[in-house]
Ligand binder design. Sequence first.
Ligand code: CP3
Length: 350
Amino acid sequence: MDRSGKAVTKPFIDVLAGQRQAVPPLWMMRQAGRYLPEYRALREKAGSFLNLCFTPEHAAEVTLQPIRRFNFDAAIIFSDILVIPHALGRSVRFEAGEGPRLDPLDTPDKVATLATDADFGKLEPVHEALRRVRAELDAKIALIGFCGAPWTVATYMVAGQGTPDQAPARMMAYRHPEAFAKIIDVLVENSIQYLLGQLKAGADALQIFDTWAGVLPPREFQRWSIEPTRRIVEGVRRQVPDARIIGFPRGAAGQLPSYVEATGVNAVSIDWTADPSLIRERVQGKVAVQGNLDPLVLIAGGSALDRAIDDVLAAYGKGRLIFNLGHGIQPETPIAHVEQMVRRVREYRG
Ligand code: CP3
């Protein structure tokens, strides 16, 4: 409903609910971020990254910045996947230019000390930011809540930082599967509660980011990516049966048919390496597809960008599509190229 009580539909939600749109709804992963001068200004003012996340006024403001500029069909709440380890009492720091740093959780002894319940009071500012954004957002624009998938969050908790291939977590899962399973179980339960809180605070849909799914062999992918995601979807829907959920098992395009089948997500976000015929034939008939422009072609711009946009639309535009990047936008992306992308996608009539 809008403020006068009229029912308003959200094209983004319609696609998740099963209705293809002639003009695909559009947003960008990491759309609030360093490529925007207004983000950099507020980031500086906030001091630390976590301070930006946990000050509702600031988090709401940076969530809305890309909407004002580009009028996207969805806003994603500004936060990070590592707020869950933070609420579990792990030390989480973001060092400028270096990415996240945590105290490594890399032995069964250390895992035995892991709290089972997060302090959700620490995450209340995220919920407050969601309420503020929902109150300001146009009724046609969807608000997305999110969490990291347990596997991806665990890779940072175990290693204490990002690594090129997440070898520390993979090694721990082979050597100490019981200890590793405890980390995953704790993340599953707390992610369910966190996502339910986000729905209550005004999120219209949820995305589960499994950025590091692609480093796992099939058996491990089944156990550490698909199964925990399935449990989260089931746990959320037990309380909110019609919850709309997007999964993003990055780099695992070949395993998307089984991921979709097993998890029950309403949509999958795909990266730019996906094979269009596999996705069309075995994925898009069952769920909506979100993606999948290469973020580097958005930096390059020009005719290469036009061609790449047209390729995504030609590959998936006849089915249920949410136009997006295949991963987050990079800080060096020119704003004019984002404008070029928005214009071209909105000119399309599938
Ligand atoms: O999409 C959005 O605009 C919402 C905000 C959002 C952020 N992180 C803000 C952020 C979302 C959805 C995330 C998810 C996230 N965080 C993921 C999964 C998706 C992905 O991109 O792979 C992961 C793996 C993380 C962990 C994380 N946070 C890393 C590895 C880094 C450092 C790398 C980087 O880009 O700086 C962060 C920091 C971070 N999270 C920034 C932002 C805007 C940059 C911090 C800054 O401004 O200094």
